[in-house]
Design a protein around this ligand. Structure first.
Ligand SMILES: Nc1nc2c(c(=O)[nH]1)N(C=O)[C@@H](CNc1ccc(C(=O)N[C@@H](CCC(=O)O)C(=O)O)cc1)CN2
Ligand SMILES: Nc1ncnc2c1ncn2[C@@H]1O[C@H](COP(=O)(O)OP(=O)(O)OP(=O)(O)O)[C@@H](O)[C@H]1O
Length: 191
């Protein structure tokens, strides 16, 4: 069956599961911090891309705040347009943001560009091969492909434990994450 159709079905099931998980674990974003692996904990000055949680996404805020307190440089993505990778821009907690497509908050176009070494990726569903589903626009696939081509980057998917499934439909263009961190554990994806 066509991959796009399988992804659409998987996305539907995953959306329902994520809403339920979000309701069940209101403190999950804080629990993530405790499970973030020491081996990945960024050094002072490292650029880390986070995200502003939208709807039932697991909250990356507490993890980003912990990084900020340790002088890690935070960045957030901006949607440039369909078929184009996201761009990353410096961000500090308290900076004003604007509403982008879907109502996701983003830095203004004028905010300084940066290239992250660590990217926190919001997951809709993921499997133990690191394959993931997102909104379906391919933005993170394109973005990770571009960052990986340009240099070394670590992609850490964040999700509720219930979002991990046996197998996510995946194809040639899908870029797996290197780690998955949930409110319960951290999983290193075997290479
Ligand atoms: N929290 C969070 N931030 C994120 C993402 C995410 O998944 N979660 N993204 C992960 O990709 C990017 C934003 N992703 C988007 C994916 C699709 C559309 C989209 O389909 N927009 C419609 C119009 C929506 C509307 O305004 O009604 C369109 O372009 O047709 C927009 C943003 C960057 N920031
Ligand atoms: N590296 C790429 N270059 C060009 N197009 C791509 C690339 N990666 C994915 N796409 C396209 O993006 C579309 C959506 O991809 P996919 O269904 O994998 O989304 P997703 O992984 O759920 O979304 P996202 O990456 O935004 O979270 C597909 O039509 C796919 O062909």
């Amino acid at each position: 069956m066509f991959l796009s159709w399988r992804k659409k079905q998987a996305r539907k099931a995953a959306q329902a599961r994520r809403i339920l998980a979000h309701r069940t674990h209101p403190d999950a974003g804080r629990a993530l911090v405790a499970h973030f692996p020491d081996a990945l904990w960024p050094a002072i000055g490292t650029v880390v891309a986070g995200y502003r949680a939208f709807g039932p996404e697991i909250d990356a805020g507490p993890l980003m705040e912990s990084f900020h307190l340790e002088q890690v440089r935070l960045a957030l993505p901006r949607v440039v347009g369909r078929g184009q990778p996201l761009t990353f821009h410096h961000f500090s907690p308290g900076d004003s943001l604007i509403k982008g497509p879907f109502g996701v908050e983003e830095p203004a176009e004028t905010a300084d560009h940066t290239t992250p070494k660590l990217v926190l990726v919001p997951l809709l569903a993921a499997d133990l091969r690191g394959y993931r589903l997102g909104y379906g626009a391919g933005y993170y696939d394109m973005t990770l492909a571009a960052l990986r081509k340009a240099g070394s980057v670590t992609a850490v998917g964040l999700c509720y434990d219930e979002q991990i499934v046996a197998k996510v439909p995946a194809g040639r263009l899908d870029e797996p994450v290197d780690w998955i961190v949930t409110e319960r554990r951290a999983i290193r994806i075997a290479k």
